[in-house]
Ligand binder design. Structure first.
Ligand SMILES: NC(=O)c1ccc[n+]([C@@H]2O[C@H](COP(=O)([O-])OP(=O)(O)OC[C@H]3O[C@@H](n4cnc5c(N)ncnc54)[C@H](OP(=O)(O)O)[C@@H]3O)[C@@H](O)[C@H]2O)c1
Length: 207
């Protein structure tokens, strides 16, 4: 069981919160609009609590479930309140035409979060390649990237508590390519697959 704080009160916060509770974890919701946080906590039930925006989260794992351009500013605003936390960045920084990333360089929101977060916080990219409704209804593989082995182990344990398979793609620089995989997912939904009712997954040859 993990103690999870979710910063955000939107669709992904709701879906991850519901799955986290179903998986036996404790959940705290934090939103810049306290009334939305209170409403979501009430809707999630299962002992979900709320915390005040930019104060120290109760959870050891903090999921930042905000639109991509709000993620780094929010982490900077929380500042030392995130000391020692495992921060999960789930964002997809798509450009306006959904055929590229909003940032040009070989960076990622997760890498920028690591720069903005306290030195003893650890950042893991996860969940961004999975459409919300697939996370809600399916059992998709969840790709993760991060530099800290202990942080990744705790995120993997959390993902397993949701009944899902975590798959480590490497260090935090790989978060850039996970953001690219998010784009590939949208491209497949718009083209080859033709609908969003799927997730990228790994098929291993039998040994
Ligand atoms: N939806 C999906 O299928 C999916 C899948 C994978 C990853 N993601 C990623 O998950 C993240 C959240 O997506 P979502 O679908 O949950 O979006 P959403 O329903 O639109 O919720 C967005 C949340 O971000 C908050 N927010 C927006 N701008 C902010 C800012 N500048 N500062 C602080 N808070 C801000 C909103 O707060 P207010 O209500 O106060 O405006 C709201 O709580 C995004 O980065 C997205 O790329 C989404």
């Amino acid at each position: 069981m993990s103690n999870i704080s979710i910063i955000g009160t939107g669709n992904m916060a709701r879906t991850l919160g519901a799955r986290a509770i179903a998986g036996g974890n404790t959940v705290e919701i934090m939103g810049r609009d306290q009334s939305k946080a209170t409403d979501l906590a009430k809707a999630l039930g299962g002992g979900t609590t709320t915390g005040e925006w930019s104060t120290a989260p109760a959870g050891d794992i903090v999921i930042v479930a905000l639109l991509h351009d709000g993620v780094v500013p929010a982490v900077a605003h929380y500042g030392d309140a995130l000391a020692g936390k495992v921060i999960i960045d789930i964002s997809n920084p798509f450009n306006s035409t959904f055929d590229g990333l909003a940032h040009r360089e070989e960076t990622s929101i997760a890498q920028e979060v690591a720069k903005a977060a306290p030195a003893d916080a650890s950042v893991v990219k996860a969940f961004n390649t999975v459409f919300r409704h697939v996370l809600e209804e399916g059992r998709p593989d969840v790709f993760i990237a991060g530099d800290d082995a202990q942080a990744k182990a705790s995120v993997e344990a959390f993902i397993e508590s949701l009944g899902l398979r975590p798959l480590d793609v490497g260090g935090l620089t790989m978060a850039h390519w996970l953001e690219g995989a998010g784009l590939v997912t949208v491209g497949l939904a718009n083209h080859g697959v033709g609908n969003p009712d799927f997730a990228l997954s790994i098929t291993e040859l039998p040994v």
